[in-house]
Design a protein around this ligand. Sequence first.
Ligand code: ADP
Length: 294
Amino acid sequence: MRIVLLGAPGSGKGTQSQRLVQRLGIPQISTGDLLRAAVAKGTELGRQAKQAMEGGRLVDDALVLGMIRERLGEPDTRGGFILDGFPRNLAQAHALDRLLETVRQPLQAVVQLEVDYGELVRRISGRRTCADCGRVFNLFSAKPAALQGELCPKTGAPHRLTQRPDDNEATVAERLRVYDEKTRPLIDFYRARGLLQVIDAEGEVDTVTRRLTAALGAATPRRTTGRTRAATPARSAARKRPARRRAAARTASARSPRATRRTASAKSPSRRKTPAKTSKAAGRRRRAPRGKRR
Ligand code: ADP
C-alpha cells in the first residue's frame, strides 16, 4: 500500500510508521530521518539542510525532492511505502503526484493524525531517542522501567537517551507555525482527491495504531499496475476481516463517496482538536482565535 501520514511535529507519525512497517512489511520513508542521517554523515546535502533544520524551517524543496526521487527508486518500495514527513507543502505534494503518476503507482491513502496543540508541545519536550538503536521514548508516557531497566538491543547496555537538537522550545514553536502555514493546506488537497482519512491520535499508542489500521482498511485501493496489485499483507489482512466489518466499511464508503471517509473511531468535525479547514468560512467558524487555540 502507498501511504502518506500527515500530522504536526509530535503527532506520532514516526512511532506509528514503525508499527506499520512491521504489520505491512513495507518501508517507512521519513524525510526527517534521511536529512538527519545526511547531517550526521556531513554530506553536501546534510550541509545544505542543517541550517534550516536547526531553525525549524523547511529544507529547500529541490533538495528534499531529489532525496525522495532517489529513495522511491529503490526496489524495496515496489510493494508500497509509508511516507512520514513528506510531502510538507503543496509544491512537494504536486511533485509527488507527478512522480507517482509517471510510474503509475498513485497514493492509496493519506491519514491525518490529529493531536491537540498543548499535547504536541508536551510530547515533543519529553521526546528522547536512544543514540544507539534509534528507539524513541517519551519521558512523560514511558514506564520508568522502560527508561531505566531496559537494555539497548544494539549495545546490550542501558539506552543512551538523547534529545533532538530541534526539540528545544523556540524551534518547536517555529516548526508548529510552519506546519500550520505550509503543511495544513495538504489536508484539503488530499481531501479533494478522496484520499484523506482523519484519526484522533491522542491516547495510548496501541489505541492509535488500531485507529490507524482501521482507517487504512477503509481506504479504497486505487487502480495500479499489475505488479503492485499483488497481495500485500494489508490486503490479506483486509480479506481476513470479518464480513460484518467489511460490509460496514463498504457502507461508510458508499455514504460519502467523495469526501473524507472517516472510520467509526475517527472524530466528528465538531470534536476535532485542531480543526482542518474544509472551506475558508467553515474554517473561520470552527477555529478559535489564535491566542486561545494555543
Ligand atoms: P517533525 O515532524 O517532528 O518536525 P521531522 O523529523 O519530520 O520532524 O523533520 C525534522 C526537520 O527536517 C524539519 O523541521 C525540516 O527542517 C526538515 N524536513 C523534514 N522533512 C522535510 C520536507 N519534506 N521538506 C522540507 N524539510 C523537511
